[in-house]
Ligand binder design. Structure first.
Ligand SMILES: [Zn+2]
Length: 319
């Protein structure tokens, strides 16, 4: 907010500066009535989203900074009286609401990084046991919790919005997953393409070590793009694995092309497709396969959507 204090002076000088053909500086200004506006370098009022000094702000079509509740693109956000977009838990009007790391208000069954909660359709926390509730996803699929594990339309989910309990430990890839992999491998072998599992089941504690090594090497933000935090990895489900070379060179191999076209016929999807990082929360991983069964994998493949879009669920850390 300190920048705003500079704003009035800079803006008063703004017209003068442009008259003198000097570049104006972007600046906050407070209008009568305590409405804040933000003038960009070309002298126009900012509308829509602005990130400034580490915080997100939102301006309406007239360029007025928003406070309180605001629906943008069908999603509810909450802006403090300072205009800063809120994330995490917030008590508003005597009720608790949860906003994810992108500021979106969450409803239904929601994990906050510690435990599951049930938030009603207004977003308010009900205080009830979340396991006694079902919720409906954005695409109308039923969401339910069983022993701390989220199922959407009967499909077990592990993503950035839905972690598994530390004790969820099948110990290896499930028998069904392995049987489907063997069929897939044989079909590819028949075409002269080799396929092997580079990384299969990974326990909670193994993932904990893996993720912390990546954080030490690349930092947390970079690690979050390609590695899951403990509990959030699909490898802990026993239904997912990585094949062959686990690096970018795999994408241009004939194996990658074959899998992209045929994996669904054996019950698998390429879980983190190209161009879907904003939705899945992960970079393109042509080597990471998830078992869904032939029927569901084929439906997802034919939809052209990633699993989060198909099921209508988010994949974003709360923090
Ligand atoms: Zn993987």
């Amino acid at each position: 907010m300190q920048k705003k204090k500079l704003a009035a002076a800079l803006l008063a000088g703004g017209l003068l500066a442009s008259a003198l053909a000097m570049p104006a500086e972007a600046a906050w200004q407070c209008l009568p009535g305590n409405d804040w506006v933000y003038y960009t370098q070309d002298g126009s009022r900012k509308t829509g989203w602005l990130r400034d000094n580490g915080y997100w702000y939102y301006f309406d079509a007239d360029g007025v900074m928003q406070r309180g509740w605001e629906m943008v693109g069908g999603v509810w956000y909450y802006f403090a009286s300072s205009g800063e977009m809120q994330t995490g838990w917030r008590e508003i009007g005597g009720k608790w609401y949860l906003f994810d790391s992108s500021g979106a208000m969450r409803t239904g069954l929601v994990h906050d990084g510690q435990q599951w909660y049930y938030l009603d359709s207004s977003g308010a926390w009900t205080g009830d046991d979340p396991e006694t509730h079902t919720a409906v996803s954005a695409t109308g699929k039923t969401m339910e919790l069983k022993d701390g594990v989220l199922y959407v339309d009967g499909i077990l989910i592990a993503n950035k919005s839905a972690p598994l309990p530390a004790g969820y430990a099948p110990g290896q890839l499930t028998a069904e997953t392995m049987a489907a992999f063997t069929k897939l491998q044989q079909a590819m072998q028949a075409e002269g393409l080799s396929l092997w599992i580079a990384s299969g089941y990974r326990s909670y504690s193994y993932q904990q070590g893996l993720y912390s090594r990546y954080v030490n090497r690349d930092g947390r933000a970079a690690a979050d793009r390609y590695s899951a935090r403990a509990g959030y990895s699909e490898h802990q489900t026993g239904l997912a694995f990585d094949v062959n070379q686990v690096n970018d060179s795999f994408a241009s191999t004939p194996q990658a092309s074959w899998l992209a076209a045929h994996a669904h016929e054996y019950g698998f999807i390429i879980r983190y497709p190209q161009g879907k990082e904003d939705v899945t929360g992960y970079q393109y991983e042509p080597w990471h396969l998830r078992y869904l069964g032939v029927e569901t994998a084929t439906a997802v493949y034919e939809s052209g959507l990633c699993l989060e879009e198909y099921l209508g669920i988010p994949s974003r850390y709360i923090r």
